[in-house]
Design a protein around this ligand. Structure first.
Ligand SMILES: C[S@@+](CC[C@H](N)C(=O)[O-])C[C@H]1O[C@@H](n2cnc3c(N)ncnc32)[C@H](O)[C@@H]1O
Length: 252
């Protein structure tokens, strides 16, 4: 007998992105583990914790479940980035292992709710892998609607050009390496598309799947300044922003 954990992709904002599999896993769960919101006041995490609770309230038929908030250790901002992330994951894994054994009975079922899909720019699976190396747990993964899918659906566009690859990358990587062909950019606080040639096409979306959703498309030269201004304004009003965009270099 071992403790079971569901890692449930909950989509990126619209509760109706929840799949039937995700709803089934929610209803199988006794304890939901979530990051401590208190340490992250003023950023997106307060709103995201609230959305997770709303999803549970909406889709769980028998409200016998509990939320357990896990303290989120601080990540070092000094030294090597990858080393700092790896130390931070190890610290999280220790906290998670203890919480899972303290909060779940020997055959108990817990869950982590992952924004979007757990496989995309999310550390939950890496950390659980480290937990599983030390504790007697098994876990499964329920896929969710990612920001990439929400973006292309809302703009009604295909992700790739015919027979062509797609790169999924970050703002930091875009600034370092530029882009050719199609690329989706996530985790970009700096409007890095501004460094692309002006005839690059862009499809941009923020707060996708929520009532605050913003969508703009055009070429970087035409709409880039408008996106940057709207983004700064929305970020100031909400206190946080999440945006994603697809770039396609002009064919030469
Ligand atoms: C840590 S990653 C998590 C991605 C998530 N696992 C997924 O499947 O989309 C966070 C980034 O996802 C993108 N993102 C997440 N939710 C979004 C939303 N509702 N609208 C636009 N972009 C979003 C943003 O680029 C944000 O910086």
């Amino acid at each position: 007998m071992s403790r079971r954990i569901h890692v449930i992709g909950i989509g990126v904002g619209d509760p109706e992105y929840m799949t039937l599999q995700a709803i089934k896993a929610l209803n199988d769960t006794q304890v939901f583990f979530a990051m401590d919101k208190g340490r992250n006041k003023g950023d997106a995490k307060d709103d995201l914790v609230a959305l997770r609770r709303a999803i549970c309230a909406r889709f769980i038929r028998e409200p016998g479940y509990r939320f357990v908030e896990l303290p989120d250790p601080q990540r070092s901002r000094d030294g090597d980035y990858r080393e700092a992330v790896s130390d931070w994951h190890a610290a999280r894994a220790r906290i998670w292992a203890k919480a899972i054994s303290d909060e779940l009975g020997p055959d108990g079922v817990g869950a982590f709710l992952a924004w979007g899909d757990p496989s995309l720019y999310d550390s939950t699976l890496r950390i659980l892998d480290a937990v599983a190396a030390e504790a007697d747990i098994s876990y499964d993964v329920i896929p969710g609607i990612t920001a990439v899918q929400a973006l292309t659906a809302r703009h009604r566009i295909p992700l790739n050009d015919v027979g062509e690859p797609v790169l999924i990358t970050t703002g930091r990587q875009l600034r370092a390496h530029g882009v050719s062909g199609s690329a989706v950019v996530m985790l970009d606080a700096d409007c890095s598309f501004q460094a692309c040639p002006p005839d690059t096409r862009i499809w941009w979306g923020a707060y996708l799947g929520t009532e605050d959703e913003l969508l703009i498309s055009g070429t970087v030269g035409d709409v880039g300044p408008r996106i940057a201004a709207l983004r700064a304004d929305a970020r100031a009003r909400h206190g946080w922003i999440m945006d994603t965009y697809l770039l396609r270099g002009a064919t030469r």
